[in-house]
Design a protein around this ligand. Structure first.
Ligand code: NDP
Length: 340
C-alpha cells in the first residue's frame, strides 16, 4: 500500500521533496478486527490537490483545520471505492467522496463524513471539483457573499482554476459582465473561449495592474472574487465602485509569507463603502444538496463547462500539488490513483 507522507513541517513554499512516496506494507483486505468503531476500507481512485493543504504543512495549530503529522500520510479530499465496511451505511462497491489519504488504500475511521456518489455519466473525478468542494466554494461565495445583481461588473482572479472557472460562469449566468485574470495566455484563451468570460488578461504581462483593471472596467468593479491577494487586491481596491463587494475566498499568493500584506489601499473600503468578507465554504454545508442539483442540471444542459488537469499515478501527487503554487495546473488539479 504505497503512500505519500509529509517529511517535516515547512514554513516556506512547498517542494516535491517535502513529501515522500513510501511503502506502507501489504494491501489491507478488510477493516481490521477490533477497530474502535465502525470503519470503512476504501481503494482511492482520485485525489484532490487544493491550495489550503499548504497550510496543513506548517507547524501551526491555530487554523480551522489541524496540521498534518510529519511522517504520516497526507490527508485530502478524494473519490474512492469501498472495499469493506463495518458501518451500516456503506457496502463494498459503493463509490464515495470525502476525506481520505494520499495512499492506495485508506481505512476511514469517521465514515459518517463520507458522501455516497450516485454514479451517472458525469466522470467520478468531477466530484472533486465541479460537484465537490471547489464548485461549492464558487457557489456559496458568489451567491451568499457577493449579493450579485444582473448587469454588475465582476472580476475574478485565478480565474481558470478550480473555483475561479465556476465563479465566472455563475456570474455570466446571472447576467453580469465578467473579467478574469490568469497567469498564462493559454489560460486567458480558455477563459474567453471555453468559459465565456467577457474579457480576460494575463496578469504576468501587465506592468501596471491598476491601469489594466481600469482598461477592463472603465466604470469600476462591483464584485471582486478574491483568490490571490497581494498586488492584485491592492489594484482592485483602487478600481472598486461605490458599495462594491469583495468576497475573500483565498489569497494563494500570500500563503506562508511572513509579511502577507503588501496592501496600501485598504482605506478605499471607507469612502467607497465597500464590504469585504472572508468565508469558508463548509460554514454553508446545508446548501450542498441544492448546489449539487444546480450544478448537475446546468452541466448536463451545457450551461456550465468544466476543465480539470489530471495527473496520473500516486507517485506524481507531490509534483501536481506543488504546481498549484506556480500555476502549472490548467483547471482543477486532480490525481488519478486508479480508475477502478
Ligand atoms: P486553483 O485551481 O485556482 O490553483 C491555484 C492557482 O492560483 C494557480 O493555478 C495559479 O493560477 C494561481 N496562483 C498560484 N500562485 C499565485 C501567485 N503567487 N499569484 C497569483 N496567482 C497565483 O486553486 P483553487 O481554485 O482550488 O483555489 C483558489 C483559491 O480559493 C485559493 O486561494 C484557495 O485557497 C481558495 N479556496 C478557498 C476556499 C474557502 O472555503 N474559502 C475553498 C477552496 C479554495 P495562475 O496561472 O492564474 O497564476
Amino acid at each position: 500500500n504505497r503512500k505519500v507522507v509529509l517529511r517535516d513541517y515547512i514554513s516556506r513554499a512547498p517542494r516535491e521533496d517535502d513529501m515522500a512516496l513510501v511503502d506502507g506494507g501489504a494491501v489491507p483486505l478488510r477493516v481490521p478486527e477490533g477497530a474502535a468503531g465502525p470503519a470503512v476500507l476504501v481503494k482511492n481512485l482520485y485525489l484532490s490537490c487544493d491550495p489550503y493543504m499548504r497550510g496543513r504543512m506548517r507547524d501551526f495549530h491555530g487554523s480551522y483545520i489541524p496540521p498534518f503529522k510529519p511522517g504520516s500520510v497526507i490527508e485530502g479530499l478524494g473519490v474512492a471505492r469501498v472495499v469493506d465496511s463495518t458501518h451500516p451505511g456503506f457496502v463494498a462497491g459503493d463509490i464515495v467522496s470525502g476525506m481520505t489519504g494520499w495512499e492506495e488504500y485508506s481505512l476511514i475511521d469517521k465514515p459518517e463524513q463520507l458522501n455516497k456518489i450516485q454514479q451517472s455519466d458525469i466522470p467520478l473525478s468531477y466530484h472533486l471539483g465541479l460537484l465537490g468542494m471547489p464548485g461549492f466554494t464558487a457557489y456559496v461565495g458568489f451567491y451568499e457573499i457577493c449579493s450579485p445583481k444582473k448587469g454588475e461588473f465582476v472580476f475574478v482572479s485565478a480565474a481558470s482554476g478550480a473555483v475561479g472557472q465556476i465563479v465566472g460562469q455563475l456570474a455570466k449566468l446571472h447576467g453580469c459582465y465578467v473579467v478574469g485574470s490568469a497567469g498564462t495566455n493559454q489560460k486567458v484563451e480558455l477563459l474567453k473561449d471555453k468559459f465565456g468570460f467577457d474579457e480576460a488578461f494575463n496578469y504576468k504581462e501587465e506592468p501596471d495592474l491598476t491601469a489594466a483593471l481600469k482598461r477592463y472596467f472603465p466604470e469600476g468593479i462591483d464584485i471582486y472574487f478574491e483568490n490571490v491577494g497581494g498586488p492584485m487586491l491592492d489594484a482592485v481596491l483602487l478600481n472598486m465602485r461605490m458599495h462594491g463587494r469583495i468576497a475573500v475566498c483565498g489569497m494563494v499568493s500570500q500563503h506562508g509569507m511572513t509579511d502577507p500584506s503588501g496592501i496600501h489601499n485598504l482605506f478605499c473600503l471607507v469612502p467607497k463603502r465597500i464590504s469585504m468578507k472572508g468565508f469558508i465554504q463548509s460554514d454553508y454545508i446545508k446548501l450542498f444538496p441544492q448546489f449539487v442539483d444546480y450544478m448537475t442540471k446546468h452541466y448536463k444542459d451545457g450551461k456550465i463547462e468544466y476543465v480539470e488537469d489530471m495527473s496520473i499515478g500516486l507517485e506524481n501527487a507531490p509534483a501536481a500539488f506543488v504546481g498549484l503554487f506556480s500555476g502549472k495546473n490548467v483547471g482543477k488539479q486532480v490525481v488519478c490513483v486508479s480508475q477502478e
